[in-house]
Each structure stands twice: as structure tokens, then as C-alpha cells.
Design a protein around this ligand. Structure first.
Ligand code: ADP
Ligand code: ZN
Length: 292
């Protein structure tokens, strides 16, 4: 059975055709322009491919409340051409197939839960540290939405006493995204994150902030696994620093087999950066089952 997958990002759209085993049969990317330009390209790509359903993992905020009159919309995004845009409705009108819809990070969490390192677990979280910071939450075998959907990138942290840098978040002076996203690293240190590999203090400070975030997620969500992805997490030296700081901050309070085995608890994304698009395939599959 064939499924369509669309990973909708602020700068590019990844489009793919996959099967029920999460195998990607073909894939391409197009730049994210205005809906008037980009949506017809998306429809053109998926039309005539024989897909049974489409899964979309989208940048947001998005409306995931199925009882809402604006379900399937991108809502208050700063990307103004897409604000209050009926994303699902405009695609469904043309393709006339079931469309599963969730946040980009929830899609990645679902990809990891279905085919990756969260497979078989009852709960887990997927965190991306890239242009932004986002948290997808898999809980009791499904994706957590709540009132809106988790916005875990914007949790508030303690500033490092020696960190004089502000924040790149227009809303918060000391949130995780504002202090630890790729653009914040670049702005604080004056060079691209990838060029700072050998600067130990960069990654110490980065781990200081990411670890605070993780401790808050551990304490509130109690995930069985934490998967860290996104461009910044390609700096693998971060992992041991983060694990050490998480243990220091927990200070022995949470004692589980998972925390004892922290190297297998806080782990890199396991699907070669395909976790998002594979999660979209699973979103499509689940939507088809939901409707059937
Ligand atoms: P996006 O979040 O836009 O989907 P990415 O997850 O690739 O895309 O994140 C892009 C951010 O990650 C940029 O700020 C970039 O500087 C940073 N980044 C990308 N690759 C690396 C790398 N290998 N090491 C450190 N930072 C990186
Ligand atoms: Zn913020």
C-alpha cells in the first residue's frame, strides 16, 4: 500500500511516497514559498501516484483539534503568507484522500516510535535542536496534543551566570530556543555552529541549556526515551556533556533503570534524518485506519 508523506518546514517542503513498512520509495524537496505557489506543486507531486492517504508533519503553530472550525490550519505563524491558512483543507479538496496532520516534531516522534529507537516503548520524546527547538511527545502509545500541542522549545530556563548573550526568541528572554537553537549559537559566538566544533566552551554552554530542558521534560512527562535530532545535534560531543549535566541536575531524585543506563536513554535520532518523513508515512497510515 502506498502513502504520501509531506514534511512541511518553514524553508522547504519534503515530499515522499512510502509504503506501510516505512520504506521511502521516492522523495524530493521544494522551497517553501507562498501557498499560492507551493500548494499546487504539492498537489501536482502527489496526484496520480496511487497513494491511499497522506501524512503531513508541519511547522506551526497548527490547529489539531478535530472539533475546531479551523482544524488543519496553520494558525499564528510569523511566516505571514501561511498564517491562518487551511493547509489540510486545500490539499484534501484536490487529492480527496484521508490526510493525517500533526506537528513536524510529533511526526518525528512517531517515526522514532514506529521504526526507530522508541519502537515498542509506551512513551518517549523527540527533540529537535535546529533553526528552532521543538519537542514531540509520544505518550501512552499516541501523540500528545492537549490544548494546542506541546511547545517545549519555549520552556524557560535559568541563564548561565556568565552568559551575557540575550536570546533570539522574540517572545522570551530565556527560553530554550532563544538560548540554544542553531541561530542563537551563531549569534552568540559570531560563527556558524558547524565551524565551532573545537570550541569546548560553546558545547559546555549548549549542554548546560539543553540539559535543563531535558530535566524538565523528564520530571513532567516521564518519557521512557529521549531522542535528540536536528542540525545542532550532529555535534556528537554534546551527548556525553548533556547526559552528565542531566544526572547532576536530577541529583539522584529520579531513580529508574532508564536513568541508570543514561547512554541508552538520551540518544541521537536513529533513522538517518528520515524520522520526520517516515513519521509522516505513519501519520497517513493511522489516518486511513482512523477513517476506516
Ligand atoms: P531546520 O531546523 O531548519 O529544519 P536543521 O535541523 O538542519 O534545519 O537546523 C539548522 C540549524 O542547525 C542551523 O542553525 C545550523 O547552523 C545548525 N546546524 C546544521 N548542521 C549542523 C552541524 N553539523 N553542526 C552544528 N550545527 C549545525
Ligand atoms: Zn521562546
Amino acid at each position: 500500500m502506498l502513502f504520501g508523506a509531506l514534511e512541511a518546514g518553514g524553508t522547504k517542503m519534503v515530499l515522499a511516497i512510502g509504503n506501510e513498512n516505512g520504506e521511502i520509495l521516492e522523495q524530493r524537496s521544494i522551497p517553501t514559498e507562498t501557498p499560492e505557489i507551493t500548494i499546487p506543486q504539492i498537489i501536482e507531486y502527489f496526484k496520480g501516484k496511487g497513494i491511499q492517504a497522506l501524512g503531513i508533519g508541519s511547522f506551526g503553530p497548527i490547529d489539531l483539534d478535530r472539533t475546531s472550525s479551523t482544524y488543519g490550519y496553520i494558525t499564528s505563524t510569523p511566516k505571514l503568507a501561511w498564517a491562518n491558512y487551511d493547509f489540510v483543507g486545500n490539499i484534501q479538496k484536490e487529492l480527496q484522500i484521508p490526510i493525517g496532520f500533526d506537528t513536524d516534531v510529533n511526526a518525528s516522534a512517531l517515526g522514532e516510535a514506529t521504526w526507530g529507537s522508541m519502537k515498542g516503548l509506551n512513551s518517549g520524546i523527540y527533540i529537535t535542536i535546529g533553526t528552532g527547538v521543538g519537542v514531540g511527545v509520544y505518550q501512552n502509545g499516541s501523540l500528545l496534543h492537549g490544548m494546542l500541542h506541546p511547545e517545549g522549545g519555549h520552556i524557560l530556563l535559568n541563564k548561565h551566570p556568565e552568559d551575557t548573550f540575550g536570546s533570539v526568541c522574540p517572545y522570551h528572554s530565556h527560553c530554550l530556543e532563544g538560548l540554544a537553537s542553531g541561530p542563537s549559537i551563531e549569534k552568540r559566538w559570531g560563527r556558524k555552529a558547524i565551524e565551532l566544533k573545537d570550541q569546548h566552551e560553546v558545547w559546555e554552554l549548549e549542554a548546560y541549556y539543553i540539559a535543563q530542558g531535558l530535566v524538565n521534560y523528564i520530571l513532567t512527562l516521564s518519557p521512557h526515551k529521549i531522542v535528540l535530532g536536528g542540525g545542532v545535534m550532529h555535534q556528537e560531543q554534546l551527548f556525553p556533556l548533556i547526559r552528565k549535566k542531566v544526572l547532576e541536575l536530577l541529583n539522584g531524585y529520579v531513580r529508574t533503570a532508564q536513568i541508570e543506563d543514561i547512554d541508552n536513554y538520551i540518544v541521537p535520532a536513529s533513522l538517518k534524518d528520515d524520522q520526520g518523513i517516515m513519521g509522516c508515512i505513519q501519520l497517513a497510515k493511522l489516518e486511513l485506519e482512523h477513517i476506516a
